[in-house]
Design a protein around this ligand. Structure first.
Ligand SMILES: *[C@@H]1O[C@H](CO)[C@@H](O)[C@H](O)[C@H]1NC(C)=O
Ligand SMILES: *[C@@H]1O[C@H](CO)[C@@H](O)[C@H](O)[C@H]1NC(C)=O
Ligand SMILES: *[C@@H]1O[C@H](CO)[C@@H](O)[C@H](O)[C@H]1NC(C)=O
Length: 185
């Protein structure tokens, strides 16, 4: 977390508040700005809400978007520059809290709108269908015929983007070719 020093926050196995760690997007010109460890390495910790979809910082304001399943105490551990917070676009009254961490934190109250309590969804959704896509966990699953990818050379002229040098082109292992390669014009 950005700041004068590194803050390590340990949470007990069953914390009374469930904390989420939305990432603060990095520079918008970076196509990986939403990807942790690539375009950004800054999270904030947010406790209380059922879900936090996104968090962003503009100047000294932290904008949070998320959902509530009940009114809750909002607890925020964020860079110390933050002095105002919005929740789904609405300004929130927040207080500094010295009990959250040794370097402080912010608390506020999020009220579940009474209008959202008695919503009835129609039509009733029934008869959900699903397909188990986790074949690997079935007791009868057998990978005995799998081909081991262990080649380190290939005749394919295009270099692999990823891999440790192991060739992962299907055709090198006698499997049908299915490459998504640029076509020459
Ligand atoms: C809200 O969601 C949390 C996390 O799933 C759950 O523990 C809690 O019981 C829920 N509260 C209500 C009022 O549904
Ligand atoms: C914030 O401080 C005000 C004034 O002391 C207090 O009335 C309010 O309850 C506090 N809010 C929270 C969430 O602690
Ligand atoms: C790759 O693995 C297969 C199956 O274990 C083995 O027969 C072959 O010698 C290995 N090839 C290389 C280049 O290690």
């Amino acid at each position: 977390m950005e700041g004068p020093f590194l803050l390590l926050h340990f949470l007990a196995g069953v914390s009374s508040t469930h904390f989420l760690a939305p990432v603060i997007p990095g520079d918008a010109s970076d196509s990986l700005h939403n990807f942790w460890g690539l375009g950004t390495d800054q999270p904030v910790l947010v406790g209380g809400p059922y879900l936090v979809h996104s968090a962003s910082i503009t100047g000294m304001e932290l904008a949070l978007k998320g959902n509530l399943n009940t009114s809750t105490l909002l607890k925020i551990i964020a860079p110390t520059v933050i002095s105002s917070v919005t929740w789904n676009g609405a300004a929130l009254s927040i207080n500094a809290s010295s009990s959250l961490t040794v370097v402080g934190g912010l608390v506020g109250e999020l009220m579940l709108s009474s209008a959202s309590v008695d919503i009835t969804v129609t039509p009733r959704l029934e008869g959900w269908k699903f397909q188990d896509s986790l074949l690997e966990i079935q007791p009868m699953f057998d990978d005995g015929l799998f081909v081991i990818a262990n080649h380190t050379t290939t005749n394919v002229p295009w270099k692999l983007y990823y891999s440790d040098g192991t060739i992962l082109y299907r055709c090198d292992y006698g499997l049908p070719l299915n490459l998504n390669l640029p076509t020459s014009t």
